[in-house]
Design a protein around this ligand. Structure first.
Ligand SMILES: C[S@@+](CC[C@H](N)C(=O)[O-])C[C@H]1O[C@@H](n2cnc3c(N)ncnc32)[C@H](O)[C@@H]1O
Length: 209
């Protein structure tokens, strides 16, 4: 792999600059089928606070606002360029006070305990430095009874594990097996199930009371 290829691939983990913006725009198109699948399995209504972690180009927050027009939305991402695009894609919601954005990593979220009724994380968990630590933070900021939605296009067990391995190597991702994800969620007080679909998998959980 050339240096240029490596730089391009790193943009998926932490989009930066002009190249990062192109990657964010393309993700706002390519991730739509996964987002729609995940939304189809989530509650029909929600008027509390919803946090999208690793919000990228902001397309999923846009869909959350259409699905939950009365919810207060929050986005967090380690990339300021991603947050800038999220803001421009959702400028109407941001300007009306319905969206807050934070430059933050999942491993250290700038929110109080029990702040959110729903936390979502699309196409991002496999880039986190420490999945268990990230989920510990997610659980801390979720209210008891709050819903967690982790979406991923790639999953072991869908028939081509060798392809998952090569994508992991190519993009520096760490795809985990369903059992490991569910076990980490359980150890942080979240009851969850894996829901595979045509466009990926949703790990849907509820924080225990
Ligand atoms: C592949 S993109 C997915 C973006 C968006 N969720 C989507 O579905 O299109 C991964 C995003 O996760 C963000 N990210 C990576 N590691 C993160 C972390 N530790 N905490 C928060 N965001 C992170 C990246 O900056 C990037 O915007």
């Amino acid at each position: 792999m050339t240096d240029r290829d490596e730089r391009t691939r790193a943009q998926f983990r932490n989009p930066q600059g002009e190249e990062g913006r192109k990657v964010l725009e393309s993700m706002n198109d390519h991730h739509v089928p996964l987002w729609e699948f995940c939304l189809s399995k989530l509650p029909k209504s929600m008027d509390g606070a919803v946090l999208d972690i690793g919000c990228g180009g902001g397309g999923f927050l846009r869909r959350l606002s259409e699905r939950y027009p009365f919810a207060m939305l929050f986005g967090a991402d380690i990339s300021q360029d991603a947050l800038d695009m999220t803001m421009s894609v959702n400028s109407d919601i941001y300007e009306s006070g319905g969206l807050e954005l934070h430059e933050a990593s999942v491993e250290s979220l700038p929110f109080q305990e029990g702040s959110f009724d729903m936390v979502t994380a699309m196409e991002t968990y496999f880039f986190w430095q420490d999945f268990s630590r990230g989920i510990g933070e997610v659980s801390r900021v979720l209210s008891p009874g709050g819903v967690l939605a982790i979406g991923s296009e790639l999953r072991y067990g869908d028939g081509d594990d060798a392809r998952v391995d090569s994508m992991c190597e190519e993009y520096g991702m760490r795809i985990l097996r369903d059992e490991e994800i569910l076990s980490v969620l359980d150890s942080h007080g979240i009851d969850a199930e894996a829901i595979p679909g045509e466009h990926g998998v949703l790990y849907r959980g509820v924080k225990r009371f």
